[in-house]
Design a protein. Structure first.
Length: 485
């Protein structure tokens, strides 16, 4: 059905400009999933039949596609309205006499007053303005497309939980608002890769790169503005990870738990967690390893649900899950039974089990990594505290190094995309997209491999986190040096 709607729109896309495809993709996907969401909601409420609710979006797009096909046979569809929103074209002359005359009329003093000098070169020049303008538009379109698609898919994924737990639209909207920075942080390197491929690929395809080099301008000078922009974006990612992202990740983690109906828990201090358990219990812990199912510095409080007085408390230095016993094994701790302000019993233990604490490891596991909810300094202090207590912090050390290495991959992606874009020749946009997907898959495969080796202590944390950046930076630099300038 999406193809049926896309065919007549694609046949008319020549009138809409290069940006029409991005805009229509966002709109069509958003409309499709919105109609699907409405249909499923009506079916769950019993207002329409289940078959009609599930097929509503397809039926609407079937009718729309048939209508657009019928309309395109008689009068082509005018998509020029989208071009007025995102217009991408050549530089406009300042007067009817042409751009050359208008440039000559501008004195050298006027140009220098608007531009600053970098390495004895005027920056930005008219060429820099031209390249940066197209690059900024393509990057904005690609980032907005990725973000909108991810938000729509996330909303559709959580639809069942939203309806089952009767979550208000305001809560859902707040969650999507707080999860958007997380999506931007993780997809910006791939968006940078694709934007550079599209920008220089189109310049190469239209022979503009050849014309620029024919005037004596080096290829290295052409790519300078894009590399500077990529560096600024990488710096913004790093600053957001230190200042803004920890807060939004905490908030979206709490809202996602609310949407999924998970137990109430604190989120302001990811290094100290309080979780409401079953059977009138409250868990407090400083560290939880979800891969090994190990607690550190754990305390469990039982209380009377009528008076809210503590009736039993257990504290242990460590606790790990036993698959054979299906219970937690608590080590090096003590327990105390209380009756009001009176201590009825107290004992210490080396190893003990408590059947009344029956929550399985999945009860405590989070979808958001704990390291993403802390800044670099907070995570470094947290690692130091755990290390003093004797816990394995290798995985956290790898994540600490990735807080510095990951933003820089945005610049590395720009570097490695330049030679691929300039060697594309006359190939179309699909070749650029395929190249971006291939490079992205290879990078994330290599990055995951090095991270796994670092987590298993087969590589030092710094080597595991920085190796993908260095490997791809060397490859990109080597390929750029081989391109005729």
């Amino acid at each position: 059905m999406l193809a049926l709607v896309g065919i007549p729109l694609g046949l008319s896309s020549k009138r809409g400009g290069k940006s029409t495809g991005f805009v229509l993709t966002i709109l069509l996907v958003f409309v499709y999933y919105s109609i699907s969401l409405i249909g499923v909601s009506l079916a769950r409420q019993g207002r329409v039949t289940p078959s009609l609710g599930a097929w509503l979006a397809d039926l609407v797009f079937l009718v729309g596609g048939v209508f657009l096909l019928w309309r395109s046979e008689r009068r082509p569809i005018d998509l020029s309205v989208f071009r007025s929103w995102f217009k991408i074209g050549a530089l406009k002359p300042a007067s009817s006499e042409g751009p050359a005359l208008s440039i000559r009329r501008e004195s050298t003093a006027d140009r220098l007053s608007r531009r600053w000098r970098l390495f004895n070169l005027h920056f930005p020049t008219i060429l820099d303005d031209y390249v940066l303008r197209d690059f900024a538009v393509y990057l904005a379109l690609i980032v907005s497309s990725f973000l909108m698609l991810l938000l729509v898919f996330t909303l559709f994924e959580l639809l069942g939980d939203i309806l089952r737990n009767q979550v208000s639209p305001l809560t859902v909207g707040e969650y999507l608002l707080n999860v958007a920075p997380y999506f931007l942080y993780n997809t910006t390197p791939l968006c940078m890769l694709l934007a550079v491929l599209v920008t220089f690929g189109l310049l190469q395809r239209s022979n503009e790169i050849t014309a620029i080099k024919a005037t004596g301008i080096s290829l290295y000078r052409i790519v300078v503005p894009v590399l500077i922009a990529a560096t600024l974006v990488a710096g913004m990612l790093f600053l957001s990870d230190q200042v803004y992202l920890p807060y939004t990740n905490k908030r979206q983690d709490a809202l996602r738990n609310l949407i999924k109906g998970r137990p109430a828990q604190t989120y302001l201090r990811p290094d100290r967690k309080w979780i409401f358990g079953e059977n009138s219990t409250i868990y407090y812990y400083q560290f939880f390893d979800p891969d090994r199912d190990v607690f550190g510095s754990l305390s469990v409080f039982q209380f009377d649900p009528h008076t809210f007085q503590i009736t039993h408390r257990m504290t242990a230095e460590r606790a790990h899950w036993s698959e054979s016993m299906s219970r937690w094994l608590y080590e090096q701790g003590w327990e105390r039974t209380l009756n009001g302000s009176t201590v009825e019993s107290y004992r210490k233990f080396d190893v003990a089990t408590f059947p009344q604490f029956a929550e399985a490891p999945a009860y405590f596991k989070k979808e958001i990594k704990q390291s993403s909810e802390m800044s670099y300094d907070e995570l470094r202090r947290y690692i130091h505290d755990l290390e003093q207590s004797g816990f394995d912090v290798v995985r956290l050390r790898v994540q600490l190094q990735k807080k510095l290495a990951y933003p820089l991959i945005t610049l590395v992606m720009a570097v490695i995309a330049i030679p691929f874009a300039l060697s594309a020749g006359k190939r179309g946009a699909i070749a650029g997209v395929a190249t971006a997907i291939g490079i992205g898959v290879v990078y994330w495969t290599v990055s995951g491999l090095f991270e796994a080796m670092g987590n298993l202590s087969q590589l030092p944390p710094a080597v595991a986190a920085w190796s993908p950046d260095l490997v791809f930076a060397f490859i990109g630099g080597y390929l750029i040096l081989r391109i005729p300038t």
